[in-house]
Design a protein. Structure first.
Length: 325
């Protein structure tokens, strides 16, 4: 994506008074593509209600659905901090005032891109409020900065699909180079979030700094096979390719009943099964809604039998990304 486009000037006469935006949750890594692949889903997601006010500056009016865990300080909250960055980039931070209501519909620390959904919703909202002076491609670096603020690592595998929609490949970060990949029509995700705590920072610290060459070659082949399968809508190739030999063996230790859940999903006909992002959410990637729904139901029932509470989401790949409600 070209990051050198020039933003169009903001027409102050056409700035909206209020806008409400939804941005979707995402499944980062897509099992075998650590930090480079991800896809958006229809639900869950987060909403931002943004109001233009007379006093310049960016303020958070309220946050709901976060159980009091997120900061109301505009400099510390990723949504407001990124909105401030955008206004400063456009050179209008002293001329525009906005107040933000953040409505969380997804669990924090779920491995479903909670921080990225909020950040994308906020940036999409301010850009819409201002009459879209920036393209989605130009918004993306600001979204990545939001991830850096949220978890200390400015990766794009959540924010890229949340903003662009569909399945995205992060080819590189310097410069940021993102490619949208084809989405086979019948590709569905059966997602289950076991209510256990797996902080993103802790999950990243478990990852080995060095890997065996034979494992790296296997992983490269799987990533290439998955991308080829997406282009050909070859579900058999997608299934054979979605296996993670580098990250899953370590991170699975943090997720109770992981390998039992995996076998349940595969027995139910899922194409593949793995960890969403850093976990603890898991995903049964399936051909068709029925298989995804059945796999998720069986996994959730198993967790209930193990006295582990969980949430379930079943969705096709969301190809549109954020939307104005």
């Amino acid at each position: 994506m070209n990051q050198n486009k020039t933003a169009k000037a903001v027409d102050f006469d056409k700035i909206m008074d209020t806008v409400r935006v939804f941005a979707p949750a995402t499944v980062a890594n897509m099992i075998c593509g650590f930090d480079i692949l991800g896809f958006a889903v229809d639900y869950p997601g987060d909403e931002v209600l943004m109001h233009r006010v007379t006093a310049p500056g960016v303020r958070i009016r309220s946050i709901t659905g976060d159980e009091g865990r997120l900061p109301l300080d505009a400099d510390k909250n990723t949504v407001s901090a990124c909105v401030k960055m955008l206004l400063e980039h456009l050179g209008i931070s002293r001329e525009i005032g906005v107040e933000i209501e953040l409505i969380k519909h997804m669990p924090i620390g779920s491995g479903l891109g909670s921080s990225s959904a909020s950040t994308v919703a906020g940036l999409f909202a301010i850009n819409s409020l201002l009459g879209n002076p920036l393209t989605k491609e130009e918004l993306l670096p600001f979204c990545v900065e939001g991830e850096r603020l949220a978890c200390g690592h400015g990766h794009a595998d959540n924010v890229a699909p949340a903003l662009m929609g569909g399945i995205t490949l992060i080819r590189g970060h310097h410069p940021l180079d993102v490619i949208k990949l084809p989405v086979p029509e019948e590709l569905y995700a059966g997602i289950v979030f076991p209510k256990v705590d797996v902080p993103t920072r802790d999950a990243r610290q478990l990852i080995k700094e060095k890997v065996l060459l034979k494992d790296a070659v296997t992983q490269w082949g799987n990533i290439a096979g998955l991308i080829a399968g997406l282009y050909e809508s070859d579900y058999g190739l997608i299934s054979r390719s979605m296996h993670d030999v580098l990250i899953e063996p370590t991170r699975a230790i943090l997720i109770p009943e992981f390998y039992v859940m995996k076998q349940i999903a595969l027995n139910a006909g899922a194409l593949s099964f793995g960890i969403s992002g850093s976990g603890p959410s898991v995903v049964a990637v399936s051909r068709g809604k029925e298989i995804a729904e059945n796999a998720a139901n069986l996994i959730q029932q198993h967790l209930t039998d193990c006295e582990i509470d969980s949430l379930k989401y079943v969705s096709p790949v969301n190809i549109d990304g954020p939307k104005i409600l």
